[in-house]
Ligand binder design. Structure first.
Ligand SMILES: Nc1ncnc2c1ncn2[C@@H]1O[C@H](COP(=O)(O)OP(=O)(O)OP(=O)(O)O)[C@@H](O)[C@H]1O
Length: 281
């Protein structure tokens, strides 16, 4: 079954440049696909379109999810709302409401599935709470259920966000750089959790990543983007350093910042002293 089917997707934020240019791709049920590309290549924009959070241009092509057209030529389709309940989205940060408990945050996954009046009052049944606790146990943080979300580490917060998608019953998870701000050990835990949900629940996962190493370790298939275009779509095993160097040129070092290698490396762009002063003040 085709879970995501995109043809001719165009998106311009300004007149002179397309953030997405004639993107065409298909993802089948049960796949775990990595989306890689240098900063600004269009990964987030693509994910937001699949999630129904952005509309393409008027000549913007078509996006179908689970066989239902969700948008065509920049118009959101009627069926989009229904499909949205099956899609779980995880962002790089700001996934949780920090002042609420972890359990409440995870219960929020149920909002699209309970009557609107109950959702608006945040009222959940015992079985719904059990479902949320089970999800938290699956991602290994049930011991933190009653803590405020802000008291969790970054990696735990991301696992709570995955628990929320499990509670939601999402059949497609879109994870937009979920490990970008995590240390290598936490990154592995988050990726292992996504991997388990993919394998055990047959949930389709599309995960955007800055580092190729994680794509190769966790995803059989990688889609690579450059300047809003899909420039590679194939087995992750084919992503050799030489191939990436050719594909990304000066940006390839950015993609090879190895998650398991913690040695210090210079950033790709020059950093002035005044920038450091701003960052550390
Ligand atoms: N809301 C917006 N308004 C204007 N331009 C935008 C907006 N969102 C994205 N863009 C532009 O679209 C292009 C693609 O950005 P996008 O965030 O999708 O890239 P990305 O590959 O996800 O980058 P990163 O890895 O840094 O998150 C960039 O040129 C970016 O500046």
């Amino acid at each position: 079954m085709l879970v995501v089917d995109i043809s001719g997707l165009n998106k311009s934020f300004s007149r002179d440049k397309r953030a997405l240019n004639n993107v065409r791709l298909q993802v089948r049920e049960g796949e775990m696909v990595a989306l890689i590309g240098a900063s600004g290549s269009g990964k987030s924009t693509l994910i937001r379109h699949i999630a129904g959070l952005l509309r393409g241009d008027r000549d913007g092509g078509k996006i179908s999810v689970f066989g239902e057209t969700i948008q065509e030529n920049g118009k959101i389709s009627r069926g989009a709302r229904k499909v949205r309940a099956d899609i779980g989205v995880i962002f790089q940060q700001f996934n949780l409401v920090s002042r609420l408990t972890v359990l409440t945050n995870v219960l929020m996954g149920m909002l699209g599935r309970v009557p609107a009046w109950r959702g608006s009052l945040c009222m959940f049944t015992k079985s719904e709470r059990m479902r949320a606790m089970t999800a938290l146990a699956r991602v290994g943080i049930d011991g933190h259920a009653t803590k405020k979300a802000r008291h969790l580490s970054g990696g735990q917060q991301q696992r709570a966000a995955i628990a929320r998608t499990i509670t939601q019953g999402a059949r497609l998870i879109l994870a937009d750089e979920p490990i970008a701000s995590l240390d290598p050990a936490s990154s592995r835990k988050v990726m292992n959790t996504l991997d388990r949900v993919n394998r055990e629940d047959n949930v389709t996962v599309i995960v955007s990543l800055h580092q190729v190493d994680y794509a190769k370790d966790y995803c059989k298939r990688t889609i690579a983007m450059r300047d809003g275009e899909v420039v590679f779509d194939g087995p992750s095993s084919q992503l050799t350093p030489a191939f990436l160097q050719e594909l990304y040129g000066e940006y390839s070092s950015e993609l090879f910042a190895d998650g398991s290698d913690d040695t210090a490396k210079p950033v790709a762009e020059p950093v002035a002293k005044k920038d450091l002063a701003v960052a550390t003040s």
